[in-house]
Design a protein. Structure first.
Lengths: 308, 152
């Protein structure tokens, strides 16, 4: 399977076989990501990281991934000191960075920016989040985490809980999971339910879907619970936010009758959706999930640079 | 009985018939016919029709429009037919056929799409369904709302 020079813009651009190939490649990267083995496959290669929006895990893990493979990075974590402030278009910035690097990672507040960047770059562009649009490497690391914990993705009952309306990670993940055929349960207050088009798409892919608003009705049968933060900034007014804020809080008392091998995931950062006491239970997978960003991004960097 | 024409036949040029009623001005907009050229342009709106209750008609004299350009009007007038006229005879008929990708004639209905910012790109949309018509923005992947209202 050849990924050389390919852009990683949307999870929709991948087939199931391609996703599985990436996850297999990421598996091989784990000892290097942990620092147990050394590898210089990307020595001499430069990754440009253009982060027009704040990021902790995504930026750090891309930089760590590149450096673990012997490559180096250039870029910015805040556009205020760049030509962006002088009104430079993204297209012009990309044409310039194209000459300075071998692969470009972009996070940008406008949806569609990664697709546009790919048009102006001769080097592969990896989307690290474009507004409320796509964040394909997050989706891949989520799939990797489920497969790693459960041995396979299909056959699991996966509960999504929290802000399912605005959270970009849950939309992309639901689409991606529909390739594999697990059962999906969507738990959210009425105003934050999964958008109709996502439900229609996954249902059309023969994925069994159930929706509700009480986590207690779903959690005891679940194999995976994927929690998202209810994002205050998405609400038009404070009163609307307060109606649903803090509605789901996972504490140890809620986990008394769950399956022994239930895993709890969260793209992070969390606020109060998961109590810190849960971190010590065997169910907590969110920090492992955050770590998995490194092997998955290592695999992608190697693949798009055509380095075996 | 003498047949009365609401819009008189043309000697040479292009006739776009069976335009969805009320859409003639949008058709002109898509085809960038602004009235500033030398061609005589006739527009008839809400004309009684046998095929459908009402239709619009556009006639552009002394100019044969490009079929590829004309196909774009299928966005708003999927049943339109185009006739090319030479010496008052129809020399060619063309039924509009929407291309798989539409470019340059719309703006994305997502205000936060990068194509709505000051970038040097023309908007592109992928036709995901023809009946009913659904378009997806090439850049932001969003399904497009209010296609007619977003014609540039």
């Amino acid at each position: 399977m050849n990924f050389k020079s390919r852009n990683i813009v949307s999870i929709w651009d991948f087939t199931k076989d391609e996703v599985e190939f990436i996850l297999d490649s990421a598996e091989e990267m784990v000892p290097i990501a942990r620092g147990e083995e050394t590898n210089t496959a990307l020595s001499g290669k430069i990754l440009a990281t253009l982060f027009y929006e704040p990021s902790t895990r995504t930026r750090f893990s891309f930089e760590s991934a590149m450096k673990r493979l012997g490559g180096s990075t250039v870029g910015f974590a805040d556009p205020s000191g760049t030509s962006f402030k002088k009104g430079e278009t993204l297209a012009d910035t990309i044409k310039m960075v194209d000459a300075y690097s071998d692969v470009i990672v972009l996070r940008h507040p406008q949806e569609g920016s990664a697709r546009l960047a790919a048009e102006f770059s001769s080097k592969p562009v990896i989307n690290a989040g474009d507004g409320a649009g796509q964040h394909p490497t997050q989706t891949l690391l989520d799939l990797f985490t489920i497969r790693q914990a459960k041995g396979k993705i299909e056959g699991n009952k996966i509960v999504f809980v929290g802000d399912l309306k605005y959270g970009r990670t849950v939309h992309s993940l639901a689409y991606a999971l529909s390739m594999f055929g697990p059962e999906l349960n969507f738990v959210a207050p009425e105003t934050l339910q999964m958008p109709k088009e996502v439900v229609e798409h996954v249902t059309a892919c023969d994925t069994k879907v159930c929706s509700g608003n009480k986590l207690e009705d779903f959690i005891n049968d679940a194999d995976v619970v994927y929690v998202t933060r209810i994002q205050k900034e998405r609400f038009p007014d404070e009163a609307e936010y307060q109606k649903v804020a803090h509605i789901y809080q996972i504490k140890n008392t809620l986990l008394q009758n769950v399956k022994d091998d239930l895993i709890i995931m969260h793209p992070l950062p969390r606020v109060d959706e998961i109590a810190p006491e849960v971190d010590k239970t065997p169910h907590a997978r969110y920090f492992e999930q955050a770590f998995n960003g490194i092997p998955v991004r290592m695999a992608l960097l190697k693949l798009v640079l055509g380095v075996s | 009985m003498k047949k009365e024409f609401k819009v008189t036949p043309i000697q040479n040029g292009t006739v776009i018939d069976h335009i969805t009623e009320g859409m003639a001005l949008k058709v002109l907009k898509i085809l960038h016919i602004t009235g500033t050229g030398k061609s005589i342009v006739s527009v008839a709106m809400n004309v009684p029709s046998e095929k459908c209750e009402m239709k619009d008609i556009v006639k552009v004299e002394d100019r044969e429009l490009e079929p590829r350009e004309l196909d774009k009007i299928a966005l708003i007038a999927p049943n339109a037919t185009v006739s090319f006229i030479r010496d008052m005879e129809i020399v060619k008929k063309h039924r509009v056929n929407l291309p798989d990708m539409v470019d340059g004639i719309l703006r994305c209905s997502n205000p936060n799409c990068i194509s709505n910012k000051s970038e040097p790109v023309e908007y592109k949309a992928v036709v995901t369904n023809r009946d009913p018509l659904t378009l997806k923005c090439y850049y932001c992947d969003r399904e497009q709302e209010d296609v007619v209202g977003n014609i540039i």
